[in-house]
Design a protein around this ligand. Structure first.
Ligand code: PLP
Length: 398
């Protein structure tokens, strides 16, 4: 399969890993240097400073050579002790995996049930915390952008809910699929640990993950008793101040990160967020024009990163995705666990522009026809109309 050449670019329209831009690939292609030599410290310091800007924090950022799952574990083991009670919100597949990890680590998890079509409910969190007069709950954990459903959680509102309840729990947020695509403010929103990963909005291959750590979380790590060694923040943060790492870092991925950060800052973070919003809106217009249903129920919680589309009853989303891959060389996201076969997910994040969106939506629309899925024509047209109209507005404004 790998040897059979297909002309043109593969459309990697899963919601991460995303298409890695040429500039980033070329940066990764540089020679691997001595990670204890003088050149390395310059890169080390630059990427740590750049990531602080992306997290919007003045506090600490930790970079692990690991997938996002590693950074989830780091957040929990650095701050909590065996048997601690943690409040988590069931927003979808990834929230469920984080919950299972907490179970395995010996934490007690209260999982606020959800229907996988809504984000975390701030009022429900406030009510639960308000009952916890003895402050048994040590942390509240929420996934910002639930990649399995295309639903976001309103993090600033969850923060307000914790404050209204007057509760001292740590606040931990997974931004693995939102960071550098959807506005996120670690300090302003009073988040204690933000978890993220390289392979989505940061436009890198998989392999790096991150924690942004508040002073409150760092203080908690001094007394937290879950066993940890590789993930320990203390040594990492101490050595990072010199631009180095306590163990061999993923040097070439850090070159890529350096380049990706340059690209994000050249475009401007606000412009990056606007671009994602615009592409998401165009995608939703296409879905509605096809007469299909968006999984996310609440417009305030629509994801700018991906759109999950529900298949009409009796039609298998995976059979449809196979047809799209075979005929148009495009990968779409599958439905995970309880959504398996019921939805497909269109990723519209990372290194992406109006024409890549049009190509993506054209592949979906042609695939729907080929797979015999009932729909109306005109989704791509609806998206194009919106893109042209909003581009014209930008031209008038500038
Ligand atoms: N959390 C979210 C929201 C994700 O989208 C993912 C992966 O897609 C993960 C966690 C797990 O990250 P990884 O697969 O990099 O370990």
């Amino acid at each position: 399969l790998l040897n059979s050449h297909k002309s043109g670019r593969h459309f990697l329209q899963i919601p991460g890993p995303t298409n890695v831009p040429d500039r980033v690939l070329r940066a990764i292609d540089n020679v691997t240097i001595d990670h204890r030599g003088p050149e390395f410290a310059v890169i080390g310091k630059a990427v740590l400073a750049g990531m602080k800007k992306v997290f919007k924090t003045e506090s600490h950022v930790v970079i692990y050579p690991a997938s996002g799952t590693g950074a989830w574990e780091a957040a929990l083991v650095n701050t909590l002790s065996p048997g601690d009670l943690v409040l988590m919100a069931e927003t979808g597949h990834f929230a469920t995996l984080w919950k299972k990890m907490a179970d395995k680590l010996g934490l007690k998890v209260e999982f606020l049930p959800g229907d996988w079509r809504h984000g975390a409910n701030p009022a429900q969190i406030e009510a639960r915390l308000a009952c916890d007069k003895e402050h048994q709950i040590k942390a509240v954990c929420v996934v910002h952008n639930e990649t399995s459903t295309g639903v976001t959680s309103r993090i600033a509102d969850v923060r307000r809910a914790i404050d209204k309840a007057g509760h001292p729990a740590l606040f931990m947020v997974d931004t693995i699929s939102s960071l550098a695509s959807i506005d996120y403010r670690h300090d302003e929103w009073g988040v204690d640990v933000t978890v993220s990963g390289s392979q989505k909005g940061l436009m890198l291959p998989p392999g790096l993950s991150f924690n942004a750590v508040s002073e409150k979380a760092l203080a908690a790590s001094k007394t937290a008793r879950l066993p940890r060694s590789y993930w320990d923040w203390q040594e990492m943060i101490a050595i990072n101040s010199t631009g180095y790492f306590p163990y061999t870092p993923a040097t070439n991925l850090l070159y890529g990160l350096h380049e990706a950060l340059e690209m994000l800052f050249e475009e401007g973070l606000d412009a990056v967020f606007m671009r994602h919003q615009r592409h998401a809106e165009a995608t939703r217009r296409a879905v509605r024009a096809w007469g299909m249903e968006i999984l996310c129920k609440n417009p305030d919680e629509y994801s700018s990163v991906l759109t999950a589309v529900m298949m009409p009853n009796g039609h298998d989303a995976d059979a449809f995705r196979k047809i799209v891959l075979k005929n148009f060389n495009m990968s779409l996201g599958q439905g995970l666990t309880k959504l398996s076969g019921k939805i497909f997910r269109i990723g519209h994040l990372g290194d992406f522009n109006d024409l890549t969106l049009c190509g993506t939506l054209a592949g979906v629309e042609m695939g729907l026809s080929l797979a015999g899925v009932p729909h109306r024509k005109g989704g791509v047209q609806a998206a194009m109309d919106y893109l042209a109209e909003s581009a014209a507005k930008e031209v008038t404004a500038s």
